[in-house]
Design a protein around this ligand. Sequence first.
Ligand SMILES: *Cc1c(COP(=O)(O)O)cnc(C)c1O
Length: 366
Amino acid sequence: MDLSALSPDYVRAIAPYVPGKPISEVARELGIPEERIVKLASNENPMGPSPAVVAAVTRALAELTRYPDGNAFELKRALGRFLGVAEDSLVLGNGSNDTLELAAAAFLRPGDEAVYSQYSFAVYPLATQARGANGIVVPARDFGCDLPAMRAAVTGRTRIVFVANPNNPTGTWVAPAPMKAFIASIPPEVLIVLDEAYNEYLPPEDRADSVGWIRQHPNLLVSRTFSKAYGLAALRVGYAVMDPAVAAVLNRVRQPFNVNSLGQVAALAALADQDYVARSHAANRDGLAMLIAGLERLGVAFIPSRGNFICARVGDAAAVFRRLLEQGVIVRPVANYGMPEHLRISVGLPEENRRFLDALAVALGK
Ligand SMILES: *Cc1c(COP(=O)(O)O)cnc(C)c1O
């Protein structure tokens, strides 16, 4: 008997998430020493963690036999102060991926609809389909969210609208004013999940007061993460800000200890080290400019990006991906997003960006 047949159709229909290829796997498969491999495939912070984080995690190692604080008292208090919100409007996640899943678990029933854009983050369809809900994919415009079309796709069955700003994998971005107008246009009984995983990579003057909008729009949930500019991808800590009534239902479907102890102390130390975040921002701005200049030199088209990554149009992306891999450079194919001619390249350290650009020139025969 095929036991997988016992699983609901809508679960079996899910296309599994395709992560960036790990360095160890490339080393094994291609016989390249790990230290020769450059990974620019998962939008990680290339700077390594803040020394304050390493110190905090090291101290916390002595307590590994204890369960974490399930309510993450200290981290929530610090985040509440940092954001100017009450602690009962915060929900923490095992990465912000978890908070996206919690929103879906709390609001989607089989047959409901969730609206999101073409080329938006892969987790939105995963979270939607796992509940037997239907994902309504709205065609993108110039690879970005077509907000009027997304508004028009909202029906009486819509429970959630997912929108990433900046968006991954395209790097496209919507300015605060049109985003605020879009949020105001969505019926109050539809939850808007505004995914700001790359918020810290925007220059401060372009960052929206999205958390402040929640007071006026209690159907807005703003999701952020410690995985990207804060440099903590391995420890899996994300958070979302929302109306306390919304937080109350998300907390009902949350695992009691979904944020581990090391993640909690690391996030607390990372939040306190805003200097690291500012340096991440500046390094990314310079690294992105370096990648853009290199792509232009090679005559390779790209999608303008506001994140810590960029999508380049290389033609047969699967073939170029292989040729980069053979030179020890891992980037991210995005064919699973319906973009078979693009590769997504995360911004690395200057030397890593140079390695990528040199390898790309070889891969393209230039
Ligand atoms: C990376 C990313 C996330 C979250 O990652 P976590 O590590 O789970 O916090 C969320 N949304 C988008 C758009 C991302 O690219």
